[in-house]
Design a protein around this ligand. Structure first.
Ligand SMILES: [Mg+2]
Length: 249
């Protein structure tokens, strides 16, 4: 591929994967934390109501591109129980931090990721653009996986205020890389945010199909929006080796 000066990467299911039980364990930690903070909640109802609140707000952000946050969902659930608890409530912050702690030891790098990025770093500027509501957790994961130092710029939707596929975050990535959109290749696994998003922002998308081709379990809320149409005209790579071949071609 000619004229490519920089490469942008999605995070989940592009560079790293999480174990299938992560969200279940995360929810257990959140509930335990809320109970420790003095809330009396029915666990089963809470799980259900939290998922409903998350779906509600995520659906909304699908329309306007504005990122939401887990603390808003928790607050929404308590409000529906007739308790006025603000999203900024300390007890909610603690519970949200606890929720994401379940991620840290359940994350692993996709094979050859660090080696490939180190190699690419010699010739390209590298950037990360992740849809992740709670930015401190994303940054902790980047540190633990040793990915952080490989990027020239890191954009997390929870900090940027918008999520992919909104052009705001792709343009922010381009500014961070100091490269025009048309010279940026963007790779990710999720068709709507990553492929359509990058394409509409004037970047060059590459569909990273590692989890798809390896039939990795789909974790609701973290992975693929429905694949409506296969991308016949979008280059695909199912491994970093294939990705490097594409780049050379
Ligand atoms: Mg992804």
């Amino acid at each position: 591929m000619e004229n490519i000066k920089a490469i942008g990467f999605d995070l989940f299911n592009t560079l790293i994967v999480i174990e299938p039980d992560t969200l279940v364990r995360a929810m257990e930690r959140m509930i335990k934390s809320l109970i420790n903070s003095g809330f009396s909640i029915d666990e089963e109802s809470y799980k259900h109501d939290y998922r409903d609140a998350a779906s509600l707000y995520v659906a909304k952000s699908r329309n306007d591109g504005i990122e939401t946050h887990n603390s808003i969902w928790v607050s929404h659930v308590f409000n529906s129980y007739g308790m006025e608890i603000e999203p900024t409530d300390e007890r909610i912050s603690i519970a949200v931090d606890e929720y994401f702690m379940a991620f840290y030891d359940r994350v692993s790098l996709i094979p050859d990721t660090l080696e490939t990025l180190s190699l690419l770093k010699k010739d390209y500027s590298l950037g990360l653009l992740s849809n992740f509501t709670h930015a401190p957790a994303a940054r902790e994961i980047l540190q633990r996986t040793k990915l952080e130092s490989l990027f020239d710029t890191i954009i997390i939707s929870g900090e940027a205020g918008y999520r992919k596929p909104h052009p705001h975050v792709f343009n922010k990535l381009a500014r961070g890389l100091n490269v025009k959109n048309e010279y940026i290749l963007f790779t990710g696994d999720d068709p709507e945010p990553d492929i359509h998003g990058a394409s509409r922002a004037g970047m060059n998308p590459v569909w990273f199909t590692y989890t798809l081709e390896n039939s990795m379990p789909v974790i609701k809320g973290t992975i693929h929006s429905e694949i409506h149409t296969p991308f016949v005209d979008v280059p695909k790579a199912a491994s970093w080796r294939e990705f490097l071949h594409l780049l050379e071609g």
